[in-house]
Design a binder for this molecule. Structure first.
Ligand code: HEC
Length: 161
């Protein structure tokens, strides 16, 4: 009897670990060659520009006086000082080699292209109401109209409390 209880507890624990593993693990989405700037329809780009403004993307992704969308805007949170990402189309330090699929996943679930979870300072939960078409328009706007800037993102500085 006792053995059975122990076995079933172990079963639940193992099942929980497996489920957590599935939840926490996200595959990398392969990098792509940066899309050609002229491949996006002008109307889509214009729509994306409006949505990017409405989503305050540049507010959080630009340092005061810095290059637009190049990131490193500093945010002080309870768990440390974090910096926003470079979301210009630079393939090395920005999102130039992100496919549309990788961009949609980040906007919907807060997972970066390489599979790591982004901190909730990136308010992806506020972007839930955006349709796929809306997110694709933002992607089109960034990839076609935002100048690529090479700027490495600063690492998060954790508070030791
Ligand atoms: C409240 C501030 C804030 C707003 C508004 C915001 N972001 Fe961000 N965003 C961040 C922060 C901070 C990060 C980095 C999080 C991390 O490193 O864990 C980030 C990360 C990202 C990433 C992931 C980049 C990478 O290399 O992993 C993308 C893509 C992104 N933001 C796009 C956008 C877009 C598009 C908008 C507008 C619709 C937007 N963000 C609005 C703060 C913001």
């Amino acid at each position: 009897m006792r053995k059975r209880i122990i076995y079933s507890i172990c079963g639940v624990v193992v099942a929980g670990l497996v489920l957590f593993g599935i939840y926490a693990w996200h595959p990398e989405i392969a990098p792509v060659t940066p899309p050609a700037k002229d491949q996006f329809p002008a109307a889509t780009v214009a729509h994306g520009k409006i949505l990017a403004a409405a989503g305050y993307c540049s507010t959080c992704h630009t340092t005061p006086g810095g290059q637009e969308y190049a990131g490193n805007y500093q945010m002080n949170t309870d768990f440390g000082t974090i910096y926003s990402s470079n979301i210009t189309p630079d393939p090395e330090t920005g999102i130039g080699n992100w496919s549309e699929t990788a961009f949609i996943r980040a906007m919907r679930t807060g997972v970066s292209r390489d599979g790591h979870h982004l901190l909730p300072a990136f308010p992806f939960e506020h972007f839930n109401k955006l349709t796929d078409a809306d997110i694709k328009a933002i992607y089109a706007y960034i990839m076609s109209s935002v100048p690529a800037v090479k700027q490495q993102k600063k690492p998060t500085v954790s508070h030791s409390r």
